[in-house]
Design a binder for this molecule. Sequence first.
Ligand code: HEM
Length: 144
Amino acid sequence: MRKEEYKMTEPKDAVAPIVYADIQAYLDAIADKATNDIANSPHKRFWQVPYATFINGTIPGGVKSSGPPISVGQPIPIIDKANPINSAFFAILTGKFAGKRQMPGGGPLITDQGYQVTVGDKTVTGQQIQTNITSWLNNGFPEK
Ligand code: HEM
């Protein structure tokens, strides 16, 4: 019997897990496509920080909650460790959150019909971005 018959191969549809650098690239692409200049936002590119700062931090620039699910006047954690899928940075890309309008303020929004953006050498749809961020959060939001 030929040995080759027993050789294990990677599944053909294996896809690399989403890591922090992918999340940073998505957020940059969304901000670059935004009509309004992110430089005029209070929080700027709050994802351009080391992994631990992002994971353990709150939205910078003096941004405080204006409504549920965070008590009014409190800082807004970027990641919801107890329930990652509800993390603020993601929730606000798909709808109003903590009393703030959906981001990026002024659009276009990743939930818009036909939304797509170039990330590196790939065109990614808003739906794909949502799927991939969901997968990162459900996978324990890995750094690498
Ligand atoms: C929990 C996460 C976030 C919070 C709480 C938040 C909050 C805010 C607030 C309070 C403003 C100023 C008022 C307004 O324009 O509505 C603002 C502006 C802005 N934000 Fe966010 N933001 C978040 C995430 C994001 C993300 C992920 C992006 C882009 C990828 C983004 C893009 C922008 C832009 C482009 C503006 C400027 C709007 C303008 O100049 O009119 N934000 N954000």
